[in-house]
Design a protein around this ligand. Sequence first.
Ligand code: IPD
Ligand code: CA
Ligand code: CA
Length: 257
Amino acid sequence: MKKELIKIIKKAGKILKKGYYSNKDVTFKAKKDLVTKYDVAVENYLKAKFTKKFKEFNIIAEESDNANIEFNDSIIIDPIDGTTNFVNGVPHTAISVGVYKDKKPYLAIVYNPILDELYEAKIGKGAFLNGKQLKVSDETELQKALLATGFPYTSGSNEDDLNDVVKKIKDILPLCQDLRRLGSASIDLCLVARGTFEGYYEMNLKPWDVSAGVLILSEAGGKITNINGDEYNLFEDKYIVATNGKIHDELIKNLNL
Ligand code: IPD
Ligand code: CA
Ligand code: CA
């Protein structure tokens, strides 16, 4: 299945790449949350191919109505993760596809067609970037850790969320090497898998933002939990905390000050 999945996603990457270098019509789903015709085109392409090839799976996808779809044997798609980057020409943008069997991660692909970086993982078989095996960083000190985070779309409308973002930055920034906000949750997780970042945390993510990245990171030796340090639930948890494993407890402690 993985080979076929990659073939389809690479073709969809051509749609994303063409859009990246073209003029885009932007529609706003909410004050900060935007969508383009390319998000829809990539999603429709993937859905049509996956429905034909992988009949035993249902599909949960960002730009679709998922109301009547039960998560179980499911393919979870973010057609363009990092849409704000995509629209503004920042090259951190990717197609993210996570395949779940019995609600458990099975296969994962995150493909950035602009940088031509394809991250992939299969449960129990390791994680790879363009064929090269990935391993998380060995850094054990939070003070030396480069971290990443993201800002939720609700920061424009929900004061509690905005205050929480600011408080956590104030608490964490003095305690780490530095903090990045690259604008694509799926890629952030892959960069922890790659050893570029030691850790990453963010609130209010949707299942499609992280469905693939969580498997890629865990197959690279990383750790993913909610903010209490318990198993992360794609559909229910407000916060994701994802690290190389070695700074996890200290990061969790300081996110809960
Ligand atoms: C967004 C990106 C971003 C994160 C947002 C997500 P989108 O996804 O992953 O990094 O901070 O919370 O919604 O809207 O570009 O698919
Ligand atoms: Ca996303
Ligand atoms: Ca998206």
